[in-house]
Each structure stands twice: as C-alpha cells, then as structure tokens.
Design a protein around this ligand. Structure first.
Ligand code: ASP
Length: 359
C-alpha cells in the first residue's frame, strides 16, 4: 500500500459517520468558501508503519489527498485546496514567506473566499503565522495548522486539527482576531504561540495562554489579541519586495564574539541576541556587540528563556545609552520576523523599539 493510501485509510476511519450525519446540518445556511493552502510538514507526512509516530518523512501527501482524508470538512465549508509548497518547515526562507504571503493576500481580496487555512510544518509554524499576522490586511480568518504525528501513525492528530482549522476559518467569530493557530483543540494567536514541546501533540503553547478551544466544530473564546495585527498593521505584504536580513545568536556564558562579527560581515542589518535571562550580554562580548551596533547593525535583546522570556528595557543593560532595542516578550525567532518586516520600512532604533512595543 502506498503512503497516500495509508493516510487516507487512517484518516477515513470515521468515514461511516458521514452517512449518519443528519441532512439538516448540511442544509443549515450557506457554507463558507475556505481555501486550504498546503505547504507540507508532518500534517502531510507519512511513516513506514503505523507505529512510526516520530520517525517519518514530512511533506509527502498532496493537498487533494489531505482534503479527501477528512470528508467531514464538507459539513463545515466549501473547501478547495492549493499546493503552495511541499516542504518541511525548517526550509522556510524569507522568499518562501513572501511567496506564501502574496498568495494569501491575493486570495483574501477575492469575494468568493471567506477564510484561509494553511497546513504547515510545526517547526516554524509560529514564525509564518506571526509574519502573516503582521502583513496581511484582512479581517477574514486565517488559520495555520499542523500536526505532530504523520497521518499514517496511530492516533494521528492531523485530521482533527485540520477539521478544527476549517471550523475556525469558517466561523464568523474568528473574523478580526488576526492570524490564528490551532492544534490539540486549542486556539492561539499567531503572535504568541510557540512550539514549546516536541514529539507530543500538545506542542504549542502561548506565554499568555490560548485564546480558546475548538470542540466538536464549535469555537469557545476566552480572550482576544490586543497587539496590532492585520488591518491595524502599518506593514503590508503588497508593499514588501524583500525582507531584511536579520540573524539570531543564541547566548551562553562562554559565548565568544565570532558569530556577531560573521553576521555583520555577511550583511545582517539586525542581530537578535537570544540572551540569558533578561536578555543579558556577557561582559567579554560587550565591546564587540556595542561596536557592531554603533556601526549601524541593530542589536535587539531577546531572551532564550523558553516560556515567556520578557526583556525589560534598560534592565541589566543600558539600552538607551547603547542605542539597543528590546524584543519585549517576543522570543528570538518571532523577534527575527518582526525585525525583518519592520526594517523594510525604517532603519531607526527608535522606530524599531516602538514597533516592538506595539506588535
Ligand atoms: N520538521 C517538520 C516540519 O516542521 C515537523 C513538523 O511538521 O511537525 O515540517
């Protein structure tokens, strides 16, 4: 049996249920039009056996097979799919982010599209979600979804995650809340959600908690994002040709200054310092990073603290005197996305700091 057949068989174990669904559900009002943009990842992955839950190949199953594997989607919406990429998400370059963003931007402008679902690898799903949250001008729901187990595995989570994502994307309550992420029945804002555990299906968490839950196709909301996003953003994908080259350096007590110098030499316009604790900077690299930032490469202090690193401006380091920026509560990978977008518009540290407070 080939991989796609295995996925369909695995996902279709509830197929019989389709015949039991009362016609009244399908007849309720007009269904929304949802486009599923498939980009690869474990949700489109397949393993050699049903017990290969953590060793498998990601990005092997095409969008049509993904949709066919969850026939219950037709109860929720008129769904159509497009294959944008077929990649593992560690391969999301800036160019791919822009390509996906441009396609989302085109689609949301169309009257016959009510919402978008993006299937994505989980490794960098938080970055793509946050990027779209910053640059797509729409109130229409955009939901990014992944899975932690391939469709061929026992207890695969992709089918229900996809069902929940389509339920969210077709719900009027999801409008205007910015880009959303759903896995494991939870709804997160793409701004906050981060992959905080691997292998397990509860991989995503938000330092300030999820926005709500999706249970049996119904979304239950408990809070809404307060930071600027989508229609309230000053950034617009339609005006961005190229993202800025921003790199991340992961700090530890014995870190030397080689990477900072290399990134400067290679043309980085900002370096995110994934610092210890409150984004602190070791005394033995201080002179180098100060020199690099004075030469015009922005130095942005973030924190390597996993669950809710919060960097206080002028706490531990004198950011005002040094001309540095703090990432606020954004983790290093999200800080990289915000800086890469922000630096397409302004090169001033003051603006950059304002943006880190507001988004
Ligand atoms: N490496 C995979 C990816 O991000 C993992 C996953 O999807 O869970 O594409």
């Amino acid at each position: 049996m080939n991989n796609q057949c295995m996925v369909i068989r695995q996902f279709s174990n509830t197929l019989f249920f389709l015949f039991l669904v009362p016609l009244s559900i399908q007849a309720q009002g007009e269904l929304s039009n949802i486009v599923i943009l498939a980009t690869g990842g474990t949700i489109a992955g397949s393993g050699a056996t049903s017990t290969s839950s953590a060793s498998y190949e990601s990005a092997t199953v095409g969008v049509d097979a993904l949709i066919q594997a969850v026939p219950e989607l037709t109860e929720l919406a008129n769904v159509r799919g497009e294959q944008v990429f077929q990649i593992a998400s560690q391969d999301y370059t800036n160019e791919r982010l822009l390509q996906l963003g441009r396609r989302v931007s085109e689609l949301v402008k169309s009257d016959d599209v009510d919402g978008i679902v993006i299937t994505h690898g989980t490794d960098t799903l938080e970055e793509t979600g946050f990027f779209l949250n910053l640059v797509i001008h729409t109130e229409k729901p955009i939901v990014v979804v992944g899975a932690m187990r391939p469709g061929t595995a026992l207890s695969a989570d992709g089918a229900l995650n996809l069902f929940n994502a389509v339920a969210l994307a077709s719900s009027a309550d999801s409008r205007g809340k910015g880009v959303l992420i759903t896995l494991n029945d939870e709804i997160h804002t793409a701004r906050d959600a981060t992959k905080s555990i691997n292998i397990r299906p509860n991989a995503f968490s938000s330092p300030w908690g999820p926005l709500g839950m999706v249970v049996e196709r119904q979304a239950y909301w408990f809070r809404a994002p307060v930071k600027r996003h989508t229609v309230h953003s000053e950034f617009n994908i339609d005006e961005i040709d190229k993202l800025a080259n921003v790199q991340v350096v992961y700090a530890h007590g014995n870190l030397d200054d080689t990477l900072y110098k290399e990134h400067q030499r290679n043309g980085a316009v900002a370096i995110i310092h994934a610092g210890t604790g409150n984004g602190s900077v070791s005394s033995h690299i201080f002179a180098t990073v100060l020199g690099i930032s004075q030469s015009g490469v922005h130095f942005i202090r973030s924190s390597r603290v996993m669950q809710g690193g919060f960097v206080l401006r002028n706490g531990e380091e004198d950011d005002d005197a040094n001309g540095w920026v703090v990432s606020h509560d954004l983790n290093p990978q999200k800080a990289r996305i915000l800086a890469a977008v922000a630096l397409t518009q302004s090169r001033s540290a003051g603006d950059l700091q304002r943006i880190f407070w507001e988004y």
